[in-house]
Design a protein around this ligand. Sequence first.
Ligand code: MRU
Length: 352
Amino acid sequence: MRTIEWIETSRTVRLIDQRKLPNQLEYLTILNAEEMVRAIQTMAIRGAPALGVAGAFGLVLEAQWARGKRVNDLRRHLHKAADLLSSSRPTAVNLAWGVNRVLALVDDNSIDEPELVERLLAESQLMAEEDIVTNLRMAEFGASLINDGDTIVHHCNTGSLAAVDWGTALGAIRYAFEHGKKIHLLIDETRPRFQGARLTAWECELYGIPFDVIPDNAAGYFIHHGDVNKVMFGADRVAANGDVVNKVGTYMLSLAAFTDDVPVYPVFPFSTLDISLTDGSKIPIEERPAEEVTAVSYQGETVYTMGTSVRNPAFDLTPNRLITAWVMDQGIIYPPFSQNLSRCNYNNAPNR
Ligand code: MRU
């Protein structure tokens, strides 16, 4: 399954419209950066690695759309588009990383205007292919931590839908399952947008992985009851000291797991690591519209009265002390994270 891809015949980008799942598998065709920004903000496409590739493709589309401008005007235009794309969702560092990787070619004066679009396209397609290779590498490392018979709590959606293919934590779980390990997943439904109940459950049906969806606030019950062997999730931005920012609810889940000695594994690629940040306190946390919370109904009846004041942070920070190990494409990294980071290849790091 390809969540996002370049369609050469129409020279557009096609992505799975994740707002429609699990009821309909529909694709969205994107023509320019403005449409990509809208798709990102409304979460037709979402998940940190997928956002990196979406940002890069967004800039390619814009370069194609704006063809014919004088080269300096085109460069200025693409810088503006890059700013809009990078800031369309602030937390996942992969988005700005993907945009900046392509933007570096825009700033390369040795590339003439006629070949610019093709060069940007080639780089974006390379990123999409690399994403799959990276995810498979993480999957292999992550699967090595999973034992036959494990029950794993999983938060949000970290599967193919959150990347180009395979994904992060769910990729590792799927890899272990497809290599013969019996696994049972407890999928947090992941309020308020239900990425777990809508997307992860849909993917698990597809792969045949046995699961139960649980309300987010039931995870502690299963953990404390001794039913859970591991907690696995992805990450949207990780600071150099190992603080992890991920979908809201990850902190409470990790606290419960840590308290009951259940290992906690974030699975993420190198592009999610923000080595410019010594700790996670400066990571911007996106607050999303109140309607995402209040739109829920129970037995056909609205839950909220009109005008109820709500807060809707989309992410939270899990401090490094609660994390057992990072699962990355470079391998499994244990604390102290800052020191052990030296095993990573800094050349591919964002914000280097
Ligand atoms: O708001 P979303 O759905 O984009 O949030 C996604 C997550 O938090 C994922 O867990 C994360 O991107 C990491 S895994 C690919």
